[in-house]
Each structure stands twice: as structure tokens, then as C-alpha cells.
Design a binder for this molecule. Structure first.
Ligand SMILES: [Zn+2]
Length: 475
């Protein structure tokens, strides 16, 4: 009985110490919001006043920068963030779905609806969360529309084909929807949210332009708005927020530059190709016709000082862009500032991404704030594959096999000793100890009293015996 009571006290205390269960609410566990601001380069807050991002860094954690997966383009790198897998392992190898037999290609937006492009063996975190009993949502995040092994995100919204990705009023409406309707009313545990800027401004006007700086101010206002919205809807105290991006942005050289135009390269001919993807920023992929692989490769290798040419199987392993069957036999990428053109220069953006992920221009930012994160802490750079295991840890779910490690991000978290576990275990042990000491004293006092009574009784009996003896004597 004693032990049972003690054990209940102990279990009761340590049961409450689960790191996820805090501060009430419907489910009682912390919620997680993942946000991507497309193309937000790590240093975009250096030449613009960003009071809200600065406040978030003071209240939480900031990484100097993070390293995206290669190719550094939107759909592949976003899918890395939500699966924790390198692009060669999750298979969403390009923004565009393509078919090398029919020569068909689909645009970024159309590709959202091609299930087999996304459903390729790796599960986004929202499916894993749902399978483990949580409720998840996704607003405009790449991969939202697809079914994965027959399952879809519980609450999802895909932007329409014609959509203004930069409208701040719409952004605020979406923030209030996620905070109020999704997190508070529908009690979702996880939401992924996507904003199409400052990528648009960076492409069109260049990463150093006033327009990009204005857009960063808009992002900053939105960060302030969403943290205030979380408070207004009563979920601020148990909402962890991670804000990052898919890639950075680099200025495209225009004047007096030896542009890369494949048609102009001696011994190279498009007639040797069965299929190609070029005129898509600084990267390209080629499928030579049967027996012409070496001819195409030899013509291109070393043909331009700023064009990198690799056979798929010879790709540098650090890029993790080789293993997938979908990757075409020859992979091309240009050095920063250069683009890969096919027949003619047809790309007019002032900013581009897709370059080697080693270049600082390709690195996105990373911020996190909430009850599970340390305050005012800047951490060293890490790869974005590591965001997935961090998110699984925050949600208390078992991750799918992935290429990341929690060890790279664990230092951002409030240690359990300062949080909840140990103090409560000590309180539990203390309670049991105190209870046992109390029982011991009660037991001892009881024994002492009992012994005293027995003694008194035997003394009385002796006395009575003496009296009888006396009486007897007197008789
Ligand atoms: Zn992007």
C-alpha cells in the first residue's frame, strides 16, 4: 500500500514531465509552424531595417545561415526540408515534371498536381505526423496537392494558377486563417506555410535592388504580424515557429560577359540529344541519343570557363545529386553570375538561383522561436536536411528514414534539465522520500506509545497483584 502510494506520486510527477505537454490547450502539446519565405538569402537583413526579425532572434534562435540541397531550386529544396532527404534520395529532382519519351514538360504550378512526381517513396512530415495521431495542415507549401501512398494533408490549400504571391493583405489573411482557424479552432499540431517572396523581387530586380529591400521589409512586417496573431489567438505560449527558405539569390552578370550559349560551342549539337532541360537559370540536364553520350560530354567539358559539366555518375558526392533514376546522364551548372542558354540568350532575370550550394549567395536564413527554443542564441550553419529531424523531435513523432541528424540542431533547444523533466522527477522522489519518512515516524511513535501502554498495564497488574497479596496477607 505504502509503495503503491509512493509509486503513484512518482509516476504522477514524471508523467507530467513529458517535454511536449505543457500549459494546457486542447491536446496539451506544443504546436509547430514551419514557414518558408522563398528565396530569402541569409544576409537580406543586413542592408534593411528588420525590427521584427531582430526581435525574433532575441527571443529565439538564429543560424548564421543554412545550406540548401542541390539543385538549389524551389520544389526540390522545399521537399528536402519536409522529408529530411537529399534530392537524389527523395526524387523531386526539378521544379518541372518531364517525360523524356513524349518530351512533355509541366510548369512549376502544373507539377504540383502530378502525384507520381512527389509520391516517390519519401513522405512529407505532415503525412508522418498524421499517421502518428497528429493533425496537420499546409498552406501553399510545395507538395501540398499530392497524395502520398494514398494519403493527403488533412487541411491543405494550393494557390490558384494565377496568383499574386506578393500581396501583403492576402499574406495577413492567410496568417490569421492559420492561427485562428487552423491552430486554435481545428487544433492542428503542425502547419507548413509558404510565401512566394522575396524570390519574385530578387529574380525580377536583382538581390541588391531597392525592390528586393522593400520586399524584405514586407517579410519583416509579416513576421511581426504573425507573432502578434499567435498571441491574439491565444496560442503564442505553446507555438514553436521555424522560419527559413529554400535557397538564396545571386546577381546575374549582364554587361561584357562571355555568356554560355550551348549552340555556339564547337562540336556540340542539339541533334545529338534525345531530351534536354536548359534555359532554366544556371542549371541544365541532357539526355544524349543512344551511343552519343561521350560525344556530347567531350564537346561540352571544358568548353566554357564558367560551365561545369559532369556525367551523372561522376557528380561530386557532396552535391548528393546523382543516384536518382530521374537525373539525366549529363548535368550542367554555371558559376555564379552565369546562366545556361540553349540556342539564344532568352533569360532576362536580374537575379537567379540554382547555383552550387557552396556559394554564400545560395544560403537561406534560419530563425526559430517558441517554448522549446533557447533565447538570444546564434548557432553555426547547418544543412537543411537537418530541419526535418528537429521538427519530428518538436512534434514528438518518430521520423521516417532521412539524411539529417538532430545532433546538428539540438543545441538550439531548451535542455530538459532547465525545462521540465528533472525538477519534476526530483519533486516526485522528494515527495516519496518525505512520505516514507513520515510513515517511519508515525510507525516509531506508534511503537513507543504501544510499549508505554504495555509497560503501564504490566505495572498496574503488578500493583494489583501486590494489593491482592496484601489483602491475602491481611486475611
Ligand atoms: Zn524558391
Amino acid at each position: 500500500m505504502l509503495w503503491t502510494v509512493g509509486l503513484c506520486l512518482l509516476l504522477g510527477s514524471s508523467g507530467m514531465s513529458h517535454p511536449l505537454s505543457s500549459r494546457g490547450g486542447n491536446s496539451g502539446r506544443n504546436k509547430l509552424l514551419l514557414i518558408s519565405f522563398d528565396g530569402f538569402r541569409w544576409d537580406y537583413d543586413r542592408d534593411v531595417d528588420t525590427p521584427n526579425l531582430d526581435a525574433m532572434a532575441r527571443d529565439g534562435v538564429k543560424a548564421t545561415y543554412v545550406t540548401p540541397a542541390f539543385l538549389t531550386i524551389t520544389n526540390p529544396t522545399h521537399f528536402t526540408i519536409i522529408t529530411g532527404r537529399y534530392i537524389e534520395n527523395h526524387g523531386v529532382i526539378h521544379n518541372m515534371w518531364f517525360n523524356t519519351t513524349t518530351l512533355e514538360k509541366k510548369s512549376y504550378w502544373q507539377t504540383q498536381f502530378v502525384n507520381e512526381w512527389w509520391d516517390n517513396g519519401s513522405l512529407p512530415i505532415w503525412i508522418t505526423a498524421q499517421r502518428q495521431g497528429l493533425k496537420a495542415g499546409s498552406l501553399h507549401f510545395p507538395g501540398t496537392a499530392s497524395l502520398y501512398q494514398g494519403e493527403k494533408v488533412g487541411v491543405g490549400e494550393v494557390e490558384p494558377a494565377v496568383y499574386d504571391y506578393s500581396n501583403e493583405t492576402v499574406w495577413r489573411g492567410n496568417v490569421d486563417k492559420v492561427m485562428g482557424s487552423w491552430f486554435r479552432d481545428q487544433d492542428l499540431d503542425f502547419v507548413a506555410m509558404y510565401f512566394g517572396e522575396p524570390d519574385g523581387a530578387g529574380h525580377k530586380f536583382g538581390p541588391d535592388s531597392p525592390q528586393r529591400k522593400e520586399m524584405v521589409k514586407q517579410v519583416d512586417r509579416t513576421v511581426g504580424y504573425l507573432r502578434a496573431s499567435a498571441e491574439r489567438h491565444g496560442i503564442g505560449e505553446r507555438l514553436n515557429i521555424i522560419i527559413t527558405a529554400d535557397h538564396g539569390m545571386s546577381t546575374v552578370y549582364r554587361k561584357n560577359v562571355n555568356e554560355i550559349v550551348l549552340r555556339k560551342i564547337p562540336n556540340f549539337s542539339f541533334s545529338d540529344l534525345a531530351f534536354h532541360i536548359v534555359d532554366y537559370g544556371p542549371t541544365g540536364m541532357l539526355l544524349p541519343k543512344e551511343g552519343r553520350l561521350d560525344k556530347v560530354y567531350n564537346a561540352l567539358k571544358g568548353a566554357h570557363p564558367h560551365l561545369n559539366v559532369y556525367k551523372k555518375e561522376e557528380m561530386p558526392s557532396r552535391l548528393h545529386f546523382s543516384k536518382s533514376e530521374r537525373i539525366l546522364p549529363i548535368v550542367l551548372w554555371a558559376d555564379p553570375g552565369y546562366l545556361i542558354n540553349g540556342y539564344f540568350p532568352v533569360q532576362w532575370n536580374k537575379g537567379e538561383h540554382g547555383f552550387d550550394n557552396r556559394g554564400l549567395d545560395m544560403k537561406p536564413f534560419f530563425r526559430a522561436v517558441g517554448p522549446s527554443f533557447q533565447k538570444n542564441l546564434e548557432v553555426s550553419p547547418f544543412e537543411t536536411v537537418n530541419i526535418y529531424p528537429l521538427m519530428c523531435h518538436l512534434l514528438g513523432i518518430t521520423p521516417e528514414p532521412n539524411d539529417g541528424q538532430l545532433n546538428y540542431t539540438r543545441q538550439m533547444l531548451v535542455p530538459p534539465t532547465e525545462g521540465l523533466i528533472r525538477p519534476r522527477i526530483f519533486i516526485g522522489l522528494g515527495a516519496v522520500g518525505g512520505f516514507l519518512i513520515l510513515v517511519f515516524f508515525v510507525f516509531m511513535i506508534h511503537n513507543v506509545l504501544k510499549r508505554q501502554k504495555t509497560q503501564e498495564r504490566s505495572e498496574t497488574a503488578e500493583h494489583e497483584e501486590d494489593s491482592t497479596n496484601i489483602k491475602q496477607t491481611s486475611m
